[in-house]
Design a protein around this ligand. Sequence first.
Ligand code: G3P
Length: 231
Amino acid sequence: MKIFLDTANLDEIQQASDFGLLDGITTNPTLAAREGRPFRELILKACEIVKDGVVNAEVVSTDTDGMLREGRELASWHPNIVVKVPMTPAGVRALHVLHGEGIRINVTLVFSAAQALLVAKAGAYFVSPFLGRLDDTAQEGLHVLSEIMDIYRAYQFPTQVLAASLRGPLHVVEAARMGVHIGTMPFKVFEQLFRHPLTDVGLASFLKDWQKARKVLGEIITTTGVRTAGR
Ligand code: G3P
C-alpha cells in the first residue's frame, strides 16, 4: 500500500519524506487554508519535497467550466500534480473532459460504492472514499471501502482506491488488508503507525540490562571510533 500524507504542512511532509516512506500527499482547501501562504507556492514546494510521488491539489469551483479552468491550471504547475474534483454531477462532467485531455483526476468526497462505480467508469485516476467521516455518521467506513474494492476487482477498473479520512492505525491496517492502493493519513496517524508500547518497554529493558553489565561488556565502538551503544 502506498502511503500518502493528508497535509499541506511542509514540515510534516519533509519529516515523512526523511523516512523514505512517503509516496505522495493529499491536500484539500481546508488543509491549504491552514498554512496561510500562496497556494501555488505551497503546492510547488510540496512537489519539490515529494519528488517522484504525487501531490493532490483540489479545485474550488463548483461548476464544470470553473473546474475545467482550474484543473488545467493546476495540472500545468507540475507533472506530479493530480487534480482533485468533488463527487458532484459537475465534478464528474469535469472528470470526463479532463481525463480525455490526459489530466489525472482524484474524485474526492466519495461516501458510497455507487459513487465509486460512477467515477471509475468516467476515468478517475484515484477515488477517495472518506472512512472517518462515514464513521462519524454511524456508517461503517471500512464496509463501504470493502464494497468498493469488490466492485473494482470484479471489473478490473484501473482507478486506484485512495482510502482517505483515516483516523487511526486500525483504519490503515484494515485498508491494507483489503489491498487498497493508497492510504492517506494525517501526520499524527503516520506517527502512530511506528509505535507499540512493547517496543518502548523492550528497548528500555535492553538498555537497563546493558548498563548494569557495562563494566564487563565494554563499549561498542565502530572502526571509525564512533560509539554506537553503551554510552
Ligand atoms: O483530505 C481529505 C480527508 O482525508 C479528510 O479527512 O480527517 O478531515 O475527515 P478528515
